[in-house]
Design a protein around this ligand. Sequence first.
Ligand SMILES: [Zn+2]
Length: 493
Amino acid sequence: MLDLVIQNGQVVTADGSFAADIGIAGGRIVTLGLGLDAPQKIDAAGKLVLPGGVDSHCHIEQLSAAGIMNADTFESATRSAALGGTTTVISFAAQHVGMRLKTVVDDYAALARKGALVDYAFHLIMAEPRPDVLDEDLPELAALGHASIKMFLTYDKIRLEDAQALAVLAAARRHGMMVCIHAENHGMIQWLANKLVERGYTHPKYHAVSHPRLGEAEAIDRAAAMSLLLDQPVMIFHVSTVEGLAAVRRARAAGAKLWAETCTHYLVLTKADLDRPGGEGAKWICSPPLRDAADQEALWQALADGTLQTVSSDHAPYAADASGKYMAGPEPGFKQVPNGMPGLAFRLPILWDQMVNHGHGSPEAFVRLACTEPARLYGLDDRKGSITIGKDADLLIWDPARAVTLTAALAGDNTGYTPFEGMTVKGWPTTVLRRGEVIVAGSEVRASPGSGRFLARQGGPAAQPTGRLAPELDPTQNFGAELLESQAADVPK
Ligand SMILES: [Zn+2]
């Protein structure tokens, strides 16, 4: 017996599109066919039906390493997500030095339970991989359904030295977890930023100069080498440059099991936004920084040829006022500005518009990058990311003809601005369902705070080692295998 049927829509999946009604019972998709009937009906005639978006990289209610609270709560961020058609988020539980990871995760989980309107999981940020964290907290957290770690190769206070990064990779390998990496060379950034400031070059536009493109490429190369040494899969977050893409391709050619994403803003904005008069450009400060038009073209190519697997928002919301971007005054130096931009609301509409209306890809490719692949890579594809029988009924009634001009008010987050202000896109989610329940109708959000659910995960195949260790650590060749002991025993044959 069906509870609800979505009728007369054109269903879009990563593999193809077809006309079908979608039958929903108990919050799940239970049948696809024609002429389905149920007590409750939603007519999608003339519209598309897409899976709900999966945003695998967003910062929500998070305390930064510099001690700055981001502007969004789980309620405001996930409201914003829902308005733009994102029904699953993976945000962060951020350890800082001195903290137990288990306690950190409990704290973020409590915030999400109270506020989240969409379903959620956490990446565990490791700022201090001490033995108690790796040997006690991590196994416990893995058993509770946490399946990914994030580490930073730059940023004061949370960056890891290479030896620490290796300890994290080895621990992740024991638990079949994905490791996501912010890959930029810390020394290059530190040296350049200090030189710029010494000489008085502090305008926001110098932020782009201080994060050199070679710093991204070098850190990806290093991450890839560490991944190969320990045979631990990694995800390179927010690739932004031609040079970074080349490093991703080198890593794969060398045999690394390495995934990579980019973010909405690198595809449609450039560093020209940092060069606005006065302190205006501070709103566009994020890391890695916005780049050039040639990088945008290379990123689109990389999305088309499979170099990049997903597009996330990297929603990192700091208010455009004295509590956030302008805490150091109306014309802050680039080093005084919290890094990050809001983007949860508009990821899907911008990506759709660029791909389908501007020739960068098909509706099916859009679904793959924005929904299906992020669900698969992070171990959510048993429930999320596609319109197939048995999956959660997270669905968007998508109007491909609806043109919308993007504004801060429409985004619904707490930052008070959008970096995409004034951009007009065509294609919009007019109705959003989460587990078979209408949570957005037009511009009305109906879900209540706390109705989003925690998604316990296990690292899927994308996070599993290949079984090929670097020669130094190959258990069949060398005694270095002892270093990996239990890990080596887990390697699938
Ligand atoms: Zn981020």
